[in-house]
Write a protein that binds this ligand. Structure first.
Ligand code: SF4
Length: 174
């Protein structure tokens, strides 16, 4: 089951790996950025304790909440930080992964997911473009796992200092 653990880790690091690409891709890809809808959680939100799993995409993950709506089950990703000006691409892809897992688990693609920051809530459309970007990114990450050496792709010491691999990474910046 090592591969399941690896795939779970992949989901967790999607956000970190792609934050540096966020601004560029946001302008180039036409991906949805999300609509700010409201700032407080709703009583229909229910915490989710069970990981979702897709055999087809070899993917697993656990949305923070699942919301029952007339349009189906909507996944929610909660970030404790304040909202950036627009949601980061990594956050969008993490939410898209949860949308894909809901789609696979229920047989119905959610129309959108919810991205909750400390001070804001965004409704992010689960579009075919976002779904395609997610699948392409997963394929890229899986390819990267096959190579023996992965070089640092940024020049940000602060990012390294906040990284969980800082103590052991040979590419870390001081
Ligand atoms: S410590 Fe290594 S893995 Fe972490 S951000 Fe820096 S270069 Fe990347």
């Amino acid at each position: 089951m090592l591969w399941l653990i690896v795939l779970a880790i992949i989901l967790m690091i999607i956000g970190r790996l792609l934050l540096s690409r966020a601004t560029m891709l946001r302008h180039e890809s036409g991906l949805p950025t999300g609509r700010l809808i409201y700032a407080d959680t709703d009583e229909r939100w229910r915490p989710n304790d069970n990981p979702l799993y897709s055999a087809m995409y070899h993917l697993t993950g656990k949305p923070d909440y699942l919301v029952d709506t007339p349009q189906g089950i909507i996944p929610v990703e909660v970030k404790s930080a304040q909202s950036p000006d627009l949601p980061y691409l990594g956050h969008l892809l993490q939410l898209a992964a949860y949308c894909l897992l809901v789609e696979e688990s229920t047989g119905h693609a959610p129309p959108h997911g919810l991205l909750k920051y400390a001070n804001a809530l965004y409704e992010v459309d689960y579009t075919p473009e976002l779904r395609r970007e997610l699948l392409d990114t997963i394929a890229e990450i899986r390819e990267a796992w096959q190579v023996d050496e992965v070089r640092r792709n940024h020049n940000q010491p602060n990012k390294c200092r906040a990284c969980g691999f800082y103590q052991v990474c040979e590419e870390a910046l001081d």
